[in-house]
Design a protein around this ligand. Structure first.
Ligand SMILES: C[C@H](O)[C@@H](O)[C@@H](O)[C@H](O)C(=O)O
Ligand SMILES: [Mg+2]
Length: 435
């Protein structure tokens, strides 16, 4: 029970962009000039406690999400944290099912990204009010309360509340996580816009720092992909893990052909081979690539729990990539973690963006401690960009995420960074315009 009510007095949102495209950080076959950005939300309360949250976007798209957050803010102001968490499922529905705004989604696209930003801030507020990091708030929670945060509408044919309760065991392996952390892989050596020289240097450095699992961007040009995959496989040797990511570049048959040509490099998975909405297409690709020992991974642009349900029902993916900012915050991610467990598919969260590593580490720690209890075929993505702008940046030790200790959901950014990168008035953008 919360000691104070924490009534929400107002919500602020800012457009914060980092010019990552200048150096091709984050580039892939479809997003060739990504400026990693956030619609950055602060929920203010009468007690003075604040909750910080955001959703991840790219450059120009941010201003649209900012508008959507402003539209949702009216549903939040005046509510108290106590009221919200005593019926979090109801509050999730209030935001996702507003009679007028749901027309924009429902539960997908810009309005859902905005919902994620607002709810992430509310979860941050809750964890701060309890004085715990978010993963620990979840781990300590009664399973009944966890389940009461999830909206089961549209997924009861795959997972009922009773089944969810049965899955949730009480914290078992917390000590192991505190000691060793959660295993990670890196995407930062091989963005598509990086030169071979850069790739070699970054891979050498990563190997020295203890990384054993690497993701390479593919999909624009088969010759380039073959050369880059060969290079990285030679550098890491036969025993380390390689994954490839096409960011939705291909049609179904093209995907099967292209990935078959890269099979000699033994990728564990092909990520986002085709349109993220094409469940049956992913199923066909999964079936065709299974004999080659290559799985299909997807989720960073999977719209909601209903899509994940169908991907699981259709055996269309072998790795579930939850996203802390694409789905409706912790509430909807809990639904997906529980469904993935029921369907026995490992979860490997997506974190390629600004702040996604900070957030998703909480979810995967909870998954290990209270849901899956397994590390088999599981790892959390890591990218080596922009952590310096957060007040509680991730701690990586020997290629593992070390459990965060500070209260909250690790969403808070340094005020100086926000000011500097706010679009268009921040110094970084004024400078950029003058060049
Ligand atoms: C534009 C972004 O950097 C994406 O390329 C990135 O999220 C990527 O798909 C990933 O898996 O990390
Ligand atoms: Mg990806």
């Amino acid at each position: 029970m919360l000691k104070m009510v924490h009534k929400i007095t107002h919500v602020t949102v800012r457009d914060v962009r980092f010019p990552t495209s200048l150096e091709q950080h984050g580039s892939d076959a479809m997003h060739t000039d990504p400026d990693y950005s956030t619609a950055y939300v602060v929920v203010h309360t009468d007690s003075g406690l604040q909750g910080f949250g955001f959703t991840f976007t790219l450059g120009k798209g941010t201003e649209i999400v900012v508008c959507a957050v402003r539209a949702l803010a009216g549903l939040v102001v005046g509510k108290s944290l106590q009221e919200i968490v005593s019926d979090f499922r109801g509050f999730y529905r209030l935001l996702s099912s507003d009679g007028q705004m749901r027309w924009l989604g429902p539960e997908k696209g810009v309005i859902h990204l905005a919902t994620a930003a607002v709810l992430n801030a509310v979860w941050d507020l809750w964890a701060r009010a309890e004085g715990k990091p978010l993963w620990k708030l979840l781990v300590d929670m009664d399973p009944k309360q966890i389940v009461s945060c999830v909206d089961f509408r549209y997924i009861t044919d795959a997972l009922t509340e009773e089944e969810a309760l049965d899955i949730l065991v009480k914290a078992q392996e917390e000590d192991q996580m505190l000691k060793e952390g959660y295993p990670a892989y890196t995407t930062s050596c091989a963005w598509i816009g990086y030169s071979d020289e850069q790739l070699k240097q970054l891979c050498t450095d990563a190997l020295k720092s203890g990384w054993t699992k690497f993701k390479v961007k593919v999909g624009a040009d088969l010759e380039d992909d073959t050369r880059r995959c060969r290079l990285i496989r030679q550098m890491i040797g036969p025993d380390k893990t390689l994954m490839i990511d096409a960011n939705q570049r291909w049609d179904v048959s093209e995907a099967i052909g292209w990935v078959s040509s890269l099979a000699e490099f033994k990728p564990l998975w092909i990520e986002e081979p085709t349109c993220p909405d094409d469940i049956l297409g992913h199923a066909a690709i999964s079936k065709a690539l299974a004999p080659l020992g290559i799985g299909v991974a997807t989720g960073e642009q999977c719209q909601n729990r209903v899509m994940f349900k169908q991907f699981l029902q259709a055996s269309a993916l072998q790795f579930v990539q939850i996203d802390s900012c694409r789905l409706g915050s912790v509430n909807e991610n809990l639904a997906v973690l529980l469904m993935a467990h029921k369907f026995k598919v490992p979860v490997c969260p997506h974190a390629g963006g600004v702040g996604l590593c900070e957030l998703v580490q909480h979810l995967i720690l909870f998954d290990y401690i209270c849901v899956s209890g397994s590390l088999s075929n599981r790892m959390c993505e890591y990218v080596d960009h922009l952590h310096e702008h957060f007040t509680s940046p991730v701690v990586i030790h020997d290629a593992h995420y070390m459990p965060p200790k500070d209260p909250g959901y690790s969403c808070e950014m340094l005020e100086s960074s926000v000011k500097k990168h706010q679009y268009p008035e921040g110094d970084v953008w004024k400078q950029h315009k003058n060049n």
